[in-house]
Write a protein that binds this ligand. Structure first.
Ligand code: OXD
Ligand code: MN
Length: 635
């Protein structure tokens, strides 16, 4: 039986949907009866349940976008950035600025389908589970009549190039037209999706800001939301997501984290592929050989910067396929083919500038939306990291609406403020970024912000060791979620906030990829963030990261040797090209493996995996841990 049932609702008529409890709901735009029957049923049920004042079936056109932009500007939710073409700034209610992990649940009948059989003392960090009956009560108390007096937008979208065998279709219902605008940038919104739907399932996405009319609470910044009642529920078996109360990115653009990671990882497990929190890049060496790399770093750890890296070594070319999510499947030739299911970038703004990421900057010079950044008096965006471009006496309005000038204290932009821009505008977007067959991945890279102990790069000994390295990913917390302060947190496979099912089973699934006849990518771990005792970064990062990629590519083509270490293969001393930055780089410090640190790290990692994943930890991962512990003890 379905866990979150949608009983059939009778519906007929041409210009309205007639629903039992509400009567006639006008169709403001689109042809309801031209929709596939299963889509009509889905809409009719939620119209009856959420009781919007009208139904707006989106076609993804420019005309539609302009109509919505005009409305949002009239209302004050969007403000034009006069210095740029078709760019807008939006300030949210300051209570709605990040993903809310503590309110994000997976709903399954069997608890252990969602979370591992953890041991006493577990913090439950590997996902939150809720029982379907309990969730039904929570959902009914929120979604019933939640769109009263508001328009319901119906957004048909594809994750991945429309029609690719690797892509999937979704339909999002939402009462936020800001969400519609961002969905147009982040996913492929098109009626074509409905034409090709056929027998395929679609992922059902239901979103509401949770402010039915009459709404008596104060609306801040023309951003209606309901922060106290935020709740996100994923129903993997029914391929459904419901999100309430927040309009912020990952909470409301349901194609992204909810569908493309949490639901898709369930689909991927069932169908034998991988849905991962990874960038995809193509790198071409001076000899003209191209390699495709997928890399998983926790949120706000530089995936966008790496995907668009501006190489400091001559002769190298980097092209971006995606900056956040990879769907990867082995083809019949045994190659791991990857697509970027997204259509745009939803990048962290602070720190992005013409030096750190010129390609990201170029991507959002037109047709972009900026959320929770500051605005300069000349109609240009501003955030921390852009000070060098800011004339001294230029006035800035902060994300909180206060006046600010260079040199004054305080932040102008929220640390998790974002740009949303079409990927096609990236000057180094790969010409294969929409190839329906995907690109062949030769290396998978894990990493995080590790201020101490962890070398610049190491290579896993095998696929199985690499899966253990991924399971042991840790990073300093960032502003992408609701956490405050800096601490080193486990973020296995950079998927902790996005796990769609039992993490032990997820590791089994990764291990099961090692089948005869498959060209398994090599697995690496990188750390751009190691500091010395004075807190200074030991590696320049950004464009110089190509030097590490250069070494990886030499490994892939069999040209570079390694030195085994207890945690993986290290580059031979001098094997990474540091010409021109010799004075900044102290090899021995950058690659040192302090024994005390690694003894403690191994203990702590084992503790985390044993307690949080408990009996579901695959025996192979346990074996890898034991072997690594022995190597560290013998250091
Ligand atoms: C994101 C995130 O927005 O990971 O991509 O939080
Ligand atoms: Mn992300």
């Amino acid at each position: 039986m379905a866990l979150d049932q949608e009983p059939d609702i009778p519906f007929y008529e041409v210009h309205e949907v007639v629903v039992p409890h509400l009567g006639r709901v006008p169709i403001t735009k689109g042809d309801f009866h031209a929709l596939p029957k299963k889509v009509q049923k889905f809409i009719a049920f939620y119209v009856d349940y959420m009781t919007p004042r009208g139904i707006y079936i989106c076609d993804g056109s420019e005309h539609e976008a302009h109509e919505v932009i005009t409305k949002l500007m009239e209302r004050g939710t969007l403000e034009r950035l006069e210095a740029l073409e078709n760019c807008y700034i939006c300030r949210t209610d300051p209570a709605d600025v990040a993903r809310v992990e503590s309110k994000t649940f997976i709903v399954t009948k069997d608890k252990y389908q969602t979370i591992p059989h953890s041991k006493p003392g577990a913090k439950g960090g590997m996902g939150l589970w809720m029982d379907p009956d309990e969730m039904k009560i929570e959902m009914d108390s929120r979604f019933k009549d939640c769109m009263a007096g508001r328009m319901m937008y119906v957004i048909p979208f594809s994750m991945g190039p429309i029609g690719s065998d690797l892509s999937k279709i979704g339909i999002q219902l939402t009462d936020s037209n800001y969400v519609l605008l961002c969905m147009r940038l982040m996913t492929r919104v098109s009626p074509k999706v409905l034409d090709i739907l056929g027998d395929q399932d679609f992922v059902k996405c239901v979103h509401s800001m949770g402010c039915p009319r009459p709404w008596r609470r104060k609306v801040i910044n023309h951003w209606p939301c309901n922060p106290e009642k935020v709740l996100l529920a994923h129903f993997p078996e029914e391929r459904k997501v419901k999100s309430y109360g927040s309009g912020y990115g990952g909470n409301s653009l349901l194609g992204k984290k909810c569908f493309a990671l949490r639901i898709a990882s369930n689909i991927a497990r069932d169908e034998g592929w991988l849905a991962e929190h990874m960038l995809i890049m193509g790198v071409t060496n001076p000899k003209g050989q191209e390699f495709y790399i997928a890399a998983a770093f926790p949120s706000a750890c530089g995936k966008t910067n790496m995907a668009m890296l501006n190489p400091s070594l001559p002769g190298w070319k980097v092209r971006c396929v995606g900056d956040d999510i990879a769907w990867m499947k082995f083809n019949e030739k045994g190659e791991l083919r990857a697509i970027n299911p997204e259509y745009g970038f939803f990048g962290v703004a602070p720190g992005t500038n013409w030096k750190t990421n010129p390609n990201a900057m170029a991507s959002f010079q037109k047709n972009a939306i900026f959320t929770n950044v500051a605005k300069r008096a000349d109609g240009m965006y501003f955030w921390e990291g852009l000070e060098d471009e800011l004339p001294d006496d230029m006035e800035v309005t902060t994300w909180l609406g206060q006046k600010w000038k260079k040199g004054q204290p305080g932040l102008t932009s929220h640390p998790n403020s974002r740009f949303t821009a079409p990927a096609s505008q990236c000057p180094i977007i790969h010409d294969k970024w929409e190839d329906p067959a995907g690109v062949p991945i030769s290396a998978i890279v894990f990493g995080g912000r590790r201020p101490t102990g962890v070398p610049l790069v190491f290579e896993a000994f095998s696929w199985e060791h690499g899966v253990m390295v991924g399971a042991a990913v840790k990073s300093e917390s960032t502003a992408a979620a609701e956490f405050k302060g800096k601490s080193i947190m486990h973020d296995p496979m950079a998927m902790r906030p996005f796990m769609g099912y039992n993490f032990g089973h997820y590791l089994d699934h990764w291990l099961s990829m090692n089948k005869p006849g498959r060209k398994l990518p090599k697995i690496y771990h990188v750390n751009w963030f190691r500091v010395n005792e004075k807190g200074k970064f030991l590696w320049p990062g950004y464009g110089d990261n190509i030097r590490v990629i250069d070494w990886m590519c030499k490994r892939l083509s069999g040209e570079a040797k390694v030195v085994p270490s207890p945690i993986g293969n290290l580059p031979e001393k001098g094997a990474i090209d540091i010409s021109g930055i010799e004075d900044q780089v102290h090899w021995d410090e950058l690659f040192s493996l302090p024994k005390d640190y690694w003894l403690e790290d191994a203990k702590e990692t084992r503790q985390f995996l044993e307690v949080e994943v408990g009996d579901d930890l695959p025996a192979e991962i346990e074996k890898q841990l034991v072997e690594q512990e022995k190597r560290i003890a013998a250091m």
